[in-house]
Write a new protein. Structure first.
Length: 341
């Protein structure tokens, strides 16, 4: 990708004030996205993926008691500093978002056609008749059969996969320049999951739309994204192109995640390769490598200092004190399926 970045995130922090003290859910995250790019954000539950996505659009309720700092420049404007009225035009109009659970994200008292049309009237200035027709066309475009009839139905009459398609049509209705998909295939069977991923990739290419895909599944990212970022305890621990990461993963946490990718021979032998231990509950904000308690390669420095990002290849960064050494050794950490059993 060439030209100016579409999205520039610099030193993003999100802290929640709780009864037990501050929780640093996102701790110094920085990255960029070019127009039309596809980026996968991977990590376990609680790693800060969804909070990062919501922070970009300041999608927190007052009751969340969240503090956001850093900068999020989208098309030249800092989304953390513009007023709420201007930000409402960005949400949905220029940045679309698909949330994890379509059933709770859709209004159960409005037909799906009305919900899509409402967004079209608000962001694209369409009249009621034009918006209703466009809503039907959008439903057909995402693969919903008999869209004219289905547009008049409530969300509870749709299956999980169809509701997710409705969410996608709603998210792309205003032709956003960036689409954020937060676990868009959760709880869907593998056939429907493949259809949704193919649809997202086709829409990205046809609309020249950037896609940020948030997931815990490397298989999902591999099928859809060109670049990937791995998050742990609120930090980005590795960034690379998808092909380079699979071939030359560097960070021990990424190695652990890739070992979790199912393989036929492991299933046949009844073997699993879990990452030992549990992720920290409080997120980032510490003065050591957060992964050290679960890392087989940890040494004293890991427990005393936070490792910086180190370049280990072309556009490949790893936040590990052993990053340079592991890169020099040519570790096959990113190729667990090639490792001798």
């Amino acid at each position: 990708m060439s030209g100016m970045p579409l999205l520039e995130v610099e030193d993003l922090h999100v802290t929640f004030n709780t009864a037990s003290g501050p929780v640093h859910a996102v701790d110094g995250v920085s990255f960029t996205m070019a127009p039309g790019a596809s980026l996968g954000v991977v990590g376990e539950s609680g790693s800060g993926k969804s909070v990062t996505a919501r922070a970009l659009l300041r999608l927190f309720a007052i009751t969340d008691d969240a503090r956001i700092s850093g900068s999020v420049h989208f098309d030249g404007a800092d989304l953390l500093r513009i007023d709420e009225r201007r930000l409402r035009h960005v949400r949905g109009g220029q940045i679309g978002m698909i949330f994890q659970d379509p059933l709770t994200s859709l209004n159960p008292l409005m037909t799906v056609g009305e919900q899509i049309a409402e967004s079209l009237r608000l962001h694209r200035g369409m009249g009621r008749s034009e918006a209703a027709s466009e809503a039907v066309e959008l439903l057909g475009r995402v693969g919903i059969a008999d869209p004219e009839r289905r547009a008049t139905e409530l969300p509870n009459s749709f299956s999980g996969g169809m509701r997710q398609r409705v969410m996608i049509s709603l998210a792309i209705a205003c032709r956003p320049r960036l689409l954020i998909a937060d676990e868009p295939t959760t709880a869907l069977d593998v056939t429907v999951q493949a259809e949704i991923l193919l649809l997202l990739d086709e829409l990205r290419r046809s609309e020249d739309m950037a896609l940020m895909l948030i997931t815990h599944d490397f298989g999902v990212v591999a099928a859809t994204c060109e670049d990937v970022q791995v998050m742990y305890a609120g930090k980005l621990v590795e960034k690379a192109s998808m092909a380079h990461l699979f071939d030359r993963a560097n960070h021990p946490y990424t190695e652990g995640l890739l070992r979790l990718v199912p393989r036929f021979e492991d299933a046949h032998a009844g073997r699993l390769h879990p990452i030992p231990g549990q992720p920290p509950i409080t997120g980032g904000g510490g003065s050591s490598c957060a992964f050290a308690p679960r890392c087989a390669h940890a040494f004293d420095r890991c427990r005393d200092e936070v490792p910086p990002e180190v370049a280990v290849g072309p556009q490949h960064l790893s936040a590990c004190w052993l990053a340079a050494e592991r890169a020099k050794d040519g570790t096959e950490a990113g190729r667990p399926w090639k490792r001798a059993q």
